[in-house]
Design a protein around this ligand. Structure first.
Ligand SMILES: [Zn+2]
Length: 220
């Protein structure tokens, strides 16, 4: 992109020189029209620069940028089977959450590359730090059974403010065992305390990815 911008500037210079040349011969009306259009285009390109002192991060070759990925929300009923199943498994796992201190229950489910689903819930502890998040509980179950790569994940919790996304530690942990374009489905658990919890058809689901959750992950 920065290369293209340089090329555009070079072209502009050449055209300026050509215009001056043609002006002497009084045949430049059409060229002037194109020049004005080009100048307008260049102004637009300059205007869109987010930072005048540098280049957008997306142009760097030093960083991973799967920019083809998009993050979106969708109704539960319109979600693909993979997402729906994982969210339901995460919702069921949430029932087993051990959260006597925060009362904040979280469920997670991760699908391994060979299709096996591992579920987990948060497990708190009186001494706080020995506790474990639902996401890591689920992944650890898979890893301890030989799984080294996950192809999708889901996280479910209830917070009145909206979606509960994984904590920073879990994001880094996920990054270790899932590729950047692995989808992560996030939904708000239904408030009801029904014995078999279920999502409403119009429940909103956030479809994000490992990359979106941790774009500048630590790697060695
Ligand atoms: Zn966590």
């Amino acid at each position: 992109m920065s290369q293209k911008r340089k090329e555009l500037k070079k072209c502009m210079k050449r055209l300026d020189a050509l215009q001056k040349e043609l002006a002497k011969q009084k045949t430049c009306r059409k060229l002037k029209f194109y020049m004005d259009q080009l100048r307008e285009l260049q102004r637009e390109v300059d205007r869109r620069q987010p930072c005048r002192t540098g280049f957008p991060v997306s142009e760097s070759l030093m960083l991973p940028h799967p920019i083809k990925l998009c993050e979106y929300t969708i109704c539960f009923s319109q979600l693909d089977n993979c997402g729906r199943e994982l969210l339901e498994d995460a919702l069921n796992a949430r029932c087993f959450a051990y959260a006597p201190y925060s009362n904040f229950k979280v469920g997670a489910a991760f699908r391994s590359k060979d299709g096996k689903v591992f579920t987990g819930c948060n497990v708190e502890n009186a001494a706080l730090t020995p506790g474990c998040c639902a996401e890591r509980t689920a992944m650890l179950k898979g890893i301890s059974e030989g799984c080294r790569a996950f192809s999708a994940g889901a996280v479910v919790a209830y917070h009145p403010a909206g979606f509960t996304t994984p904590c920073g530690v879990c994001r880094q942990f996920m990054n270790e065992f899932a590729k950047l374009d692995v989808p992560i489905y996030i939904a708000q658990a239904p408030e009801s305390s029904a014995p078999v919890p279920m999502f409403e058809d119009d429940a909103e689901v956030l479809v994000t990815s490992v990359y979106h959750l941790l774009p500048h992950a630590f790697t060695v």
